[in-house]
Design a protein around this ligand. Structure first.
Ligand SMILES: N[C@@H](CCC(=O)N[C@@H](CS)C(=O)NCC(=O)O)C(=O)O
Length: 197
């Protein structure tokens, strides 16, 4: 299994997922400075020219949430996702999809001072709606799906953590406490050193 990464990129989240799983894999660093992400060899793996990407047994997965979900399913014995027939799967999917589909575009645009003029048609709504969604989905104690830490925490919590690092949002006390619990995990600490140095 090959993980295409760059230490200062969103691949930190898939790297964290791999560390939580503790499974053998090869790290392939894509050098942004030389534009390696636009090389024909890398574009053949991800035509978006972005990291992360994962190659496993003849298949390629791109997009942070898709890679994390794939890995959780690939290693079910690690119990980082609810069983496919569990009702918890409903919340699990919400956490996986809301991060990249809704919150990230909202924050990324807001960070450059852009507010979509029509929150009704913009898929990410507006900041008050986004923050209300985060507040309602952030657990008071424990993890997104309850007592068991899952991939929902890596993807949703990872996006909250990333957003706080880049000043994309001001966390409420509940969000700050949740991200604090995530940051205390050994696998998180082991994979986020580059951001902290
Ligand atoms: N939607 C993508 C975003 C990936 C992304 O934006 N990666 C950035 C680094 S954080 C990248 O590879 N940038 C290099 C480039 O666009 O040239 C995902 O979830 O994986």
């Amino acid at each position: 299994m090959k993980h295409y990464t760059n230490p200062m990129s969103r691949a930190v989240t898939t790297n964290w997922m791999l560390a939580e799983l503790d499974v053998p894999h090869e790290q392939v660093t894509i050098d942004f400075a030389s534009g390696q992400q636009q090389s024909p060899a890398y574009l053949a793996i991800n035509p978006m020219g972005k990291v992360p990407a994962l190659e496993d047994d003849g298949v390629v997965v791109t997009e942070v949430a898709a890679i994390c979900a794939y890995l959780a399913d690939r290693f079910p014995e690690k119990q980082l996702s609810p069983p496919t027939n569990s009702p918890k799967r409903a919340a699990y999917y919400r956490y996986l999809f809301v991060a990249g589909n809704t919150l990230e575009p909202l924050f990324a645009l807001q960070s450059i001072g852009f507010t979509h003029p029509n929150a009704l048609s913009a898929g990410w709504g507006d900041m008050p709606r986004g923050l209300a969604t985060i507040e309602s989905m952030t657990p008071d104690t424990g993890w997104a799906l309850g007592d068991q830490f899952t991939t929902a925490d890596v993807v949703f919590g990872g996006l909250l953590d990333f957003s706080m690092r880049f000043g994309w949002m001001e966390p409420s006390p509940r969000v700050a406490a949740y991200v604090g619990r995530l940051r205390a995990r050994p696998a998180y600490a082991a994979t986020h050193a580059a951001f902290d140095s």
